[in-house]
Design a protein around this ligand. Structure first.
Ligand code: ZN
Length: 166
């Protein structure tokens, strides 16, 4: 393939762009790397470092920074803490073994600690022997210790509300 004017112009351009002779040959097509080098010499383009130098590091001129306006610069809304919008923690009933008493069998001296979901048939009361209060020793501790009551507020609240009906 011969050197048409267009191809010579392309060769010059690619050469000035800093492409290697083999890269230029690939772009032009139909010529070898050696042909490109020969043409470069004939054109007197070898002003830049000779392509025969192996492993020449190509330093690209730093491009001008893109205008900032190219990037979307809308002010970001500050993400609000998720805790502000977190839904209230659903009441979690203490996961414990079903009690021995139901509404029907709950006796005066049995622990009235609710176990399970009152809307379900499986709902029971602890039913163990109650101490001085309405609950057994264990559940009294849960009900009246602030730290634990906090954790088990669901069960504690349920216990309080149920006491009205028991
Ligand atoms: Zn109990």
């Amino acid at each position: 393939m011969g050197w048409t004017d267009e191809r010579v112009e392309l060769l010059k351009k690619l050469w000035q762009d800093g492409l290697s002779a083999s890269q230029i040959a690939k772009q032009l097509g139909g010529v070898t790397r050696n042909a490109v080098i020969g043409k470069v010499h004939r054109l007197g383009l070898s002003g830049r470092a000779t392509p025969s130098k192996p492993a020449r590091t190509v330093f690209k001129a730093p491009r001008p920074a893109r205008p900032v306006s190219a990037a979307p610069s809308a002010p970001r809304r500050m993400a609000e803490p998720a805790s502000l919008h977190a839904p209230p923690t659903p009441v979690r009933y203490v996961d414990e073994a079903p009690g021995t008493a139901t509404v029907l069998t709950l006796g005066a001296h049995m622990c009235k600690w609710p176990i399970g979901d009152p809307s379900l048939d499986s709902f029971t009361f602890c039913g163990r022997r109650a101490g001085d209060g309405p609950y057994c020793h264990e559940h009294s501790q849960v009900a009246y210790q602030p730290a634990q009551a906090k954790k088990r507020s669901g069960a504690v609240e349920l216990a309080r509300s149920l006491r009205r009906y028991i």
